[in-house]
Design a protein. Structure first.
Length: 381
């Protein structure tokens, strides 16, 4: 292919003038050996000590001492210098070996070998440095794998409705499918799903960057959750599921300073998740309890469950476990991420208990008061 502005004769290969980026970086220049400096330090120390002894001996020279004594003294001084150099070399090698291993491992990781580990262990500072370095490399490898998986899932989530819309429209244009109300409704349905996905992504982005204000007000959590349960029961009955409410506090009212609309949104996300992954005839329970200074709202289902190794990634956007990928979920993939952000904005926490094939419990912990919050808050009287 010809490059515009750079004509050349056919069959003649010209060097490219484009900038190229090489992902494999060259090995850095070898630094001055640390072991050499330590060995030099030991040698200088030994030589200075020998010179000091020779000076003292010169001032105390006596003919009464035999030449054999002086000869042995100088031999001992030379042996001491050589021994000091050898010890210095061995000590320096033992000190620099783990440093070299860490340097080589860092170079491998920089060039894309994310499985490289230093293997440096021990109870001293270098050993702890090696363990921390390897832990960091493991976390980096997991994060990059998760990022690649996330990118793939985002592309899939956006591509699915777009391809459905495109295929239907092209089929109607070619006369393969009639442009009737049913086909137009299919196109509109996929367009609405794509719109919901984009809106959810924007909502999550605003929550993450703090541009959405929460408006906490003193709210009866028991009444709120009980009302939400009644409102959602018809939807669960349509799916042949049961939804019930459980008050696990010692009183009829339980107040906390929360943004009721945002908390309802978080709970609806959890309920939607329970509907998708609970088999017909299953039970979903919404409960309110207390834990010291926190009010706890839990959602428990009898669904497919989550593997323990998958729990840390549960709140990542577009993430699904291998078990859930085998089901036709129909979700947008960002509901749990939004729920996590809502809890963070309330200075709360969310925990998960799950067993594969047994079910899952999401527990939302809200502090009773929102005093001293770093996020922007507006109070409602």
């Amino acid at each position: 292919m010809r490059e515009f502005g750079h004509p050349r004769s056919e069959g003649t290969r010209q060097p490219s003038t484009k900038n190229t980026w090489n992902t494999i970086k060259p090995e850095p220049p070898k630094p001055q050996a640390f072991s050499t400096r330590i060995t030099f330090f030991f040698a200088v120390t030994a030589i200075m000590t020998a010179l000091l002894l020779i000076t003292i001996l010169a001032y105390s020279w006596s003919e009464e001492l035999s030449e054999e004594f002086y000869r042995m003294f100088f031999l001992a001084a030379g042996a001491a210098v050589i021994t000091a150099c050898a010890i210095g070399y061995l000590v320096s090698r033992s000190l620099t070996r783990p440093i070299r291993r860490l340097t080589n491992t860092a170079f491998q990781i920089r060039n894309g070998d994310l499985k490289a580990r230093s293997g440096v262990r021990g109870n001293d500072e270098l050993g702890r440095l090696g363990e921390t370095f390897d832990d960091m490399a493991t976390a980096l490898e997991k994060d990059i794998k998760l990022e690649h998986r996330l990118t793939s899932d985002v592309a899939h989530e956006l591509r699915t409705p777009l391809m459905a819309i495109l295929a239907t429209v092209e089929a109607m244009q070619d006369g393969v499918l009639p442009a009737d109300q049913e086909r137009l409704e299919n196109v509109a349905s996929e367009a609405r799903r794509l719109s919901r996905l984009v809106d959810a992504m924007l909502h999550l982005s605003r929550l993450e960057n703090g541009s959405v204000l929460i408006r906490p007000a003193k709210t009866d959590v028991i009444a709120m959750v009980q009302g939400l349960t009644r409102a959602q029961e018809p939807l669960f009955r349509e799916q042949n599921l049961r939804l019930k409410f459980s008050n696990r506090t010692a009183r009829e009212e339980c107040f906390a300073e929360i943004d009721g609309d945002m908390v309802r949104e978080a709970l609806i996300n959890l309920l939607s998740n329970a509907i998708r992954y609970t088999d017909t005839g299953g039970l979903v329970t919404m409960a309110v309890s207390e834990d010291r200074e926190d009010v706890v709202i839990s959602v428990t289902d009898t669904g497919i469950g989550i593997a323990k190794e998958d729990i840390p990634q549960t709140f990542s956007r577009f993430w699904r476990s291998d078990a859930s990928r085998e089901r036709a979920s129909g979700g947008l993939g960002v509901g749990l991420a939004i729920t996590k952000e809502i809890l963070d904005r309330h200075n709360g926490t969310i925990s998960i208990e799950s067993e594969l094939g047994e079910g899952t419990t999401f527990a939302l912990h809200f502090p009773r008061r929102q005093s001293g919050q770093a996020n922007p808050i507006e109070n409602i009287a």
